[in-house]
Design a protein around this ligand. Structure first.
Ligand code: HAM
Length: 420
């Protein structure tokens, strides 16, 4: 204990659990790297206006959940609540879209911040791995992203997730639907705040979780019935491509997302073992975002998968990831001379890529062997003065308990052979 604890809504990643987080990030990144996505990193904070314009002035993320602040220099910044606006900003700033190679395909991994009410699966600091494909309107690109996310989850051994798919229309057909939905909502028995939301962002009302609101929404007009022919054809093709890839999905005509930039394809990955915070990932097309932040027209699509919730999903399914052994060899020196000699062996082993650790702090044999055990090492090498005088170290197999002397000059090669 210290005087301080991790801030509310946050938690620390500690070994050994932290290894699972690394493995999840890696499993999500692997299919992306394998499909032409290049790694991008952007700052943890941006000009607050980027998110206000990009994510949307009326969204919960911008109005309630953003960590916004003014710097001593008078800049108005915000900790990033999501990655898409930043990635697009960076791509535009570096003119990646002008290099003549569209779409620009990028992936990222990092921390995001939302001032939400904390609960299981919902944190104020969380971690995403995301992918954005910028500057192409092609149903195959939407399909690619959904297929890659599915592949990532399956490679982790997840089974109980579902893919919900919808189309939110485009700037032709959505306004017509929006007006129709507003007309419908105005006739309902809703509280002040919800009525206000209906005026600013009626689609968001569809996402209201309260049963009394949901009951009234049964007969609400559905966007699918308003899609223009171009959007319908586009969506049909995305569905066909995903289906042909053997990816199972569910059409969800009521799927809306918490960010305003979406057009056409939208999807969410939900896991049924997580309770209320069931979305493990989400994304979609955002054909208008570039123009919203002052760039040229660049139709784009992307997703972000939540690392925290993916780890919870693994736990819910009881999936144990095959994590690499942390330490293979543990060296235990008894005395000053042995410390120098074994430390040199440790360095040699590490150079060969053998995970090796060392009993620091001049512990006695008993304490050091306890640490060797705890490290999970397959072998321990122990040496005292008498061993060194004979030119050997004791090699102990931690599984069988067998112990035998091995020549000092042979020990590295011997361990290399044994560990294959
Ligand atoms: P999002 O749906 O807001 O989308 O977040 C994506 C995922 O991040 C969620 O499905 C969830 O797993 C995780 N997540 C979000 N908020 C929290 C939280 N408070 N605690 C734990 N996990 C959380 C986006 O962020 C978009 N930028 C995705 C995207 C990329 N769309 C297009 N490109």
């Amino acid at each position: 204990m210290s005087t301080f604890n991790a801030p509310k809504g946050t938690y620390d990643l500690l070994p050994p659990d932290s290894a699972t987080f690394l493995a999840v990030r890696e499993a999500i990144a692997r299919p992306l790297r394998n499909s032409g996505y290049g790694y991008i990193e952007t700052p943890g904070f941006e000009n607050v206006e980027l998110f206000a314009r990009g994510v949307g002035e009326s969204t919960d993320i911008v109005t309630k959940e953003m960590y916004a602040f003014e710097t001593k220099g008078g800049d108005r910044l915000a900790l990033r609540p999501e990655g898409t606006a930043s990635v697009l900003r960076a791509a535009l700033e570096a003119n990646l879209h002008k290099a003549g190679n569209l779409p620009v395909k990028l992936w990222y991994s990092g921390s995001y911040y939302r001032y939400e009410r904390p609960q299981k699966g919902r944190y104020r600091h969380f971690s995403q791995v995301g992918a954005e494909a910028i500057g192409a309107e092609d149903p195959a690109l939407d399909a690619e992203l959904i297929i890659l996310a599915d592949q990532a989850y399956r490679s982790l051994g997840l089974r109980d997730f579902r893919i919900l798919l919808n189309s939110l229309g485009d700037k032709e057909c959505r306004p017509v639907y929006r007006a129709a939905l507003q007309d419908f909502l105005r006739g309902l028995d809703l509280d002040e705040e919800t009525l206000r939301r209906a005026e600013i962002n009626p689609l968001r009302v569809l996402d209201d979780k309260r049963p009394d609101v949901q009951k009234q929404l049964t007969d609400a007009p559905i966007l699918r019935d308003y899609l223009c022919d171009a959007c319908k054809t586009y969506h049909e093709e995305v569905r066909e491509l995903i289906g042909a890839a053997g990816v199972v999905f569910e059409d969800d005509a009521r799927l809306v997302r918490g960010l305003d930039y979406y057009t056409r394809t939208t999807f969410e990955f939900v896991h049924d073992g997580l309770g209320a915070q069931s979305a493990v990932g989400g994304g979609g097309r955002y054909d208008g975002l570039s123009e919203m932040i002052g760039g040229p027209a660049l139709p784009s699509v992307g997703w972000a998968l939540g690392v925290d919730r993916t780890v919870l999903a693994l736990r819910a399914e009881g999936v144990e990831l095959p994590l690499p052994t942390v330490t293979s060899v543990y060296a235990v020196p008894l005395g000053e001379e042995a410390r120098r000699v074994l430390f040199a062996k440790v360095t040699e082993l590490r150079k060969l890529g053998i995970a090796t650790d060392f009993a620091y702090g001049g512990k006695g044999l008993k304490g050091a062997m306890k640490n060797a055990n705890r490290s999970g090492a397959r072998y321990a090498i122990v040496a005292g003065e008498r061993d060194l005088a004979e030119g050997v170290v004791q090699l102990k197999d931690m599984e069988s308990g067998d112990q035998a002397p091995v020549g000092l000059n042979e020990i590295v090669a011997e361990l290399e052979t044994r560990l294959g």
